[in-house]
Design a protein around this ligand. Structure first.
Ligand SMILES: NC(=O)c1ccc[n+]([C@@H]2O[C@H](COP(=O)([O-])OP(=O)(O)OC[C@H]3O[C@@H](n4cnc5c(N)ncnc54)[C@H](O)[C@@H]3O)[C@@H](O)[C@H]2O)c1
Length: 255
């Protein structure tokens, strides 16, 4: 295997691994030799992810993990250390959308849920991943933000606020831990048809066509395209990039 895509011997933790980007990333890293620690709240689908992995000498452990529960996130990192003795990659991917609402109608429950899962979930992941990485003097955190984390998202104010926070956490960690050999980056995808689009009502062909018209490439990303970029960012050869928010957006942000 090309060394740029060889993750043999590495250990990666992925939250939200039961679906969408998290499942595809687990598949992509597993087939490239990476040991994995996978977590999600949806245990039936987590089992389906496990069943879909192709492993060689590498191993996978999985556990129930609601990322809004600090102890559950810590347990994933503890699982990595107990089973594999290290953690090289932390992917804070679990996230939720909310139904579309104008900013002046955003309610407290929506904000609280966004902060609990999309912000606290990432912060808890980073906190324990970085603690483990400090002990070994190396590591790479990859957070999943969104185009809504680098620009406005009409009718998605709470989601946008949460995803902007993910960018702030990423940049802060990159600067704070650079001297310790720890890097942090974030991806900012445009819409891609995974289960999350059902939440904000973008799961019909018509609404996806409408979204695609807002993209210079005139199409949404295949989820595998987003994950391919995640794998390239996590590549062992990509060792000098840190603090970046990488748009995966068919040139939307270039407009
Ligand atoms: N698909 C897109 O268009 C898009 C665009 C930009 C950003 N994102 C982000 O990508 C990430 C992955 O989403 P996806 O598109 O694969 O959607 P998805 O709904 O297919 O996957 C999200 C996963 O997170 C899990 N999850 C939800 N709440 C959780 C919690 N509290 N604790 C642990 N796991 C939880 C779900 O069970 C699911 O397995 C999210 O952070 C999302 O905000 C997605």
């Amino acid at each position: 295997m090309d060394s740029l895509l060889d993750f043999s011997g590495q250990v990666a933790m992925i939250t939200g691994a039961s679906s969408g980007f998290g499942r595809l990333l687990a598949q992509g890293l597993a087939s490239r030799g990476c040991n994995l620690v996978l977590g999600d709240i949806n245990l039936d689908e987590l089992q389906n992810t496990l069943d879909s992995l192709s492993l060689t000498d590498n191993q996978v452990i999985s556990m129930a993990c609601d990322v809004s529960d600090e102890a559950a996130v810590k347990a994933m990192v503890d699982g990595a250390l107990k089973t594999f003795g290290r953690l090289d990659i932390g992917v804070n991917n679990a996230g939720i959308a909310h139904s579309l609402m104008p900013l002046h109608q955003v309610d407290q429950a929506t904000i609280d849920k966004q902060m609990a899962v999309n912000v606290n979930g990432v912060l808890f992941g980073m906190k324990y991943q970085i603690e483990a990485m400090l002990k070994q003097g190396s590591g790479h955190v990859l957070n999943v933000s969104s185009m809504a984390g680098i620009g406005g998202a009409p009718k998605g104010a709470a989601y946008s606020a949460a995803k902007h926070a993910v960018v702030g956490l990423t940049r802060t960690a990159a600067v704070e831990y650079a001297k310790k050999g720890i890097r942090a980056n974030a991806i900012c995808p445009f819409y891609s048809p995974t289960n999350i689009l059902a939440v904000d009502g973008y799961d019909s062909p018509e609404s996806q066509e409408r979204l695609a018209r807002g993209c210079p490439m005139r199409r949404l990303a295949d989820p595998q395209e987003v994950v391919n970029t995640m794998i390239l960012i996590l590549s062992p050869g990509n060792s000098y990039m840190s603090g970046q928010t990488i748009a995966i957006d068919g040139a939307v942000s270039a407009w």
